[in-house]
Write a protein that binds this ligand. Sequence first.
Ligand SMILES: CC(C)(COP(=O)(O)OP(=O)(O)OC[C@H]1O[C@@H](n2cnc3c(N)ncnc32)[C@H](O)[C@@H]1OP(=O)(O)O)[C@@H](O)C(=O)NCCC(=O)NCCS
Length: 133
Amino acid sequence: MLDESNLTLICENEKQIIGFTIGRVLMKQPASTPDNGVWMQAVYNKLLEGIAPDYTTFCEIYNLWIEPSYRRKAIASKLKQALESYMSEMWVNLIFTRTEKENTPVIKLNQKLKYTILKQNILLEHICFLKKL
Ligand SMILES: CC(C)(COP(=O)(O)OP(=O)(O)OC[C@H]1O[C@@H](n2cnc3c(N)ncnc32)[C@H](O)[C@@H]1OP(=O)(O)O)[C@@H](O)C(=O)NCCC(=O)NCCS
């Protein structure tokens, strides 16, 4: 499912939704740019300082969920990899995602998928991850 800048990938089993992920395409702006209405835009600009040039498009994966009885079957991995492939085809080669510091399953999942942890972190409750495709 694709709207203007969001891509939702859904995994179904016999017409039951058992997992989904959502990514949205954003752009790093110069620090001086006024907030254009994107929640967290200023935070993204700061986080990507020195990592990506201004006006780089990137994808934020901001939602991921798997129905509990279907977990540990690599469904989240496949959804994220499918989203990465799609972004790569759209010439979006940087993926950003974050999770609460206590969310061990997501931290392990991201590490397994070769995301690196951002050292500069201004979101104290979260761990931020980046992957260059
Ligand atoms: C996190 C979540 C999406 C993982 O989905 P999943 O389909 O079970 O993940 P996968 O099977 O693809 O797991 C891949 C790897 O991630 C790690 N992992 C996943 N769940 C884990 C857990 N509970 N504990 C430790 N590591 C875990 C493992 O390294 C795993 O590889 P392995 O099974 O070979 O050991 C799922 O647990 C979930 O929906 N959690 C609740 C919602 C949530 O927290 N969403 C993210 C918000 S940021």
